[in-house]
Design a protein around this ligand. Structure first.
Ligand SMILES: [Zn+2]
Length: 249
């Protein structure tokens, strides 16, 4: 009689080891890298690509450490990789994935683009709002500002780039109504941010990397009560846009 053990586990529940820091965790928390035929490294942002794989946390420190030997060990091959170039590649791959997920959400009818539609979707519980980094006027509207304050927002791309994806000339803001798709978009954008957070700014702009920014304001809100202060810890909507814009330089 055959006994099926590990193979019966779903792929996303399998434990993997970071090629940088050596920590073990669920595969879903890692960036998967694959080795091409000429020992070149490709980023498998969707996580299901063929080829020998290695896993690394989506943060620059782990990517840099992996480039100093961890990847060669993981791939059992001599791999030459530049940490900054790989981090930029990881970041770009995850922004492309975020684009793809947003397109898929639109095709599935799970987006509400435009300020009025997005506000209505948020009011009825949409889990995420995507804000273009150059959309200062829109984030001042109360529902969208509240979504940002609640950490239900992420920003990447410009109005014209979002418009191109969503079939309009310009889209400043777009709500995502499907929880699973919203979570996947948030993960892709935060991985993109984490990977390039230690990269020199000039290296980032040389690569033509798109701007991205995750907003994690829920954390800053929880520290407010710890300090016993009524002072506003949560950045305003305008600060949010300014910050996102700063990362462009
Ligand atoms: Zn790590």
């Amino acid at each position: 009689m055959m006994v099926i053990e590990d193979s019966a586990k779903p792929a996303h529940k399998r434990e993997r080891t970071c090629a940088g820091c050596g920590e073990k965790a669920d595969a879903a928390g890692f960036v998967r890298l694959v080795l091409g035929p000429a020992c070149e490294i490709a980023v498998d942002a969707a996580g299901g690509g063929f080829g020998r794989g290695a896993h690394v946390h989506g943060r620059f420190a782990c990517i840099a450490k992996a480039c100093r030997g961890g990847l060669s060990r993981a791939f059992k091959a001599q791999v030459q990789a530049n940490a900054e170039a790989l981090a930029i590649e990881v970041s770009a791959a995850f922004l492309r994935r975020a684009d793809g997920l947003l397109l898929a959400a639109r095709r599935a009818g799970a987006t509400a683009q435009g300020a009025d539609e997005a506000r209505a979707a948020l009011a009825s519980g949409a889990p995420l709002v995507v804000v273009a980094v150059d959309a200062a006027s829109v984030v001042q509207r109360s529902e969208i500002a509240r979504a940002i304050a609640e950490g239900r927002a992420c920003a990447w791309s410009t109005k014209s780039e979002l418009g191109r994806m969503l079939g309009r000339e310009e889209v400043a803001v777009c709500a995502v109504t499907d929880a699973r798709m919203a979570a996947a978009i948030v993960r892709a954008v935060s991985t993109a941010d984490g990977a390039r957070s230690g990269v020199r700014v000039d290296a980032t702009s040389e690569s033509g990397l798109q701007v991205s920014s995750m907003i994690r304001l829920a954390d800053s809100r929880s520290t407010k009560s710890d300090r016993g202060e009524g002072a506003e810890q949560t950045p305003s909507a305008e600060q949010f846009v300014r910050r996102s814009g700063e990362e462009d330089r």
